[in-house]
Write a new protein. Structure first.
Length: 254
């Protein structure tokens, strides 16, 4: 495995288990300790990892906050984005909704619709959308992740593949003009990568703090996204990358 492939794999491993030693990484990837040290030096220069006693870990800024904390971050912006996104949904549509917090706010506004078929792996989205009684809710099972209050894994991926939604409403952790849409959690990224091609239309939800933010896992290319709903004008250096994406600015008061 080349360093080009090994270094992202090291980041993924750190995201899953928190920290690792040089010896552990060398054994895991089947290379010499000196090779791993060179990889770690390169990753340290990017600012994505930091040294700890006995090894390295992801910098705290790169790790994502828990679900409840994230739900309350930029709440007004996320609610406005969710409301604008929900207005794009027609009655009778089938809607796949992921576990992101902006997606949760979009789900709350779907109670104004009727005859929807809502498909989700999020416990909170399922609970919220089941309340109105006007729409059908399909919960995708699997192993529950306590930090995301959602299901991920092999069973979840197998179940989501059975659906053919009209629209996918997907939140994202970060946006990069060269790398596209990024996320922090490998399983979450895998779910979105599986979900996006199933839908006729992909609507991405991202508040303005997501632009130029660092995240761990490449999730979607901009070519896979039909609509981006955000709360502020897109930075100028994103304009070329998003030239074929419909951008909708949700209005809200700070």
């Amino acid at each position: 495995m080349s360093s080009f492939r090994r270094q992202p794999a090291i980041l993924t491993l750190l995201e899953v288990q928190g920290s690792a030693s040089v010896i552990e990484l060398a054994t895991r990837f089947g290379v010499a300790g000196e090779t791993i040290r060179r990889d770690l030096q390169a990753l340290l220069k990017t600012g994505r990892i930091e040294k700890v006693h006995g090894g390295v870990r992801l910098r705290e800024e790169i790790a994502e906050a828990d679900y409840v904390q994230r739900l309350n971050e930029n709440k007004a912006a996320k609610n406005a984005i969710g409301e604008a996104a929900s207005a794009l949904i027609e009655d009778g549509a089938s809607v796949l909704i992921d576990s992101g917090t902006s997606s949760y706010y979009a789900a709350r506004h779907l109670d104004r619709h009727s005859r929807l078929s809502i498909i989700t792996n999020s416990l909170e989205v399922a609970r919220e959308t089941a309340r109105s009684g006007r729409n059908r809710v399909y919960f995708i099972g699997g192993e529950v992740n306590n930090e995301y209050l959602s299901t991920f894994g092999v069973d979840t991926m197998a179940q989501v593949a059975r659906y053919a939604p009209t629209v996918a409403l997907l939140s994202i952790g970060a946006l990069d003009p060269a790398r596209g849409a990024l996320d922090f959690h490998l399983d979450e990224a895998n779910f979105k990568q599986a979900a996006a091609p199933l839908a006729k239309r992909v609507i991405l939800l991202a508040d303005s703090t997501k632009f130029d933010r660092e995240a761990l896992v490449h999730t979607l290319d901009f070519s896979q996204i039909h609509v981006l709903v955000t709360n502020k004008l897109v930075p100028a250096h994103f304009e070329d990358a998003l030239s074929k994406v419909q951008v909708l600015i949700a209005q809200h008061t700070e």
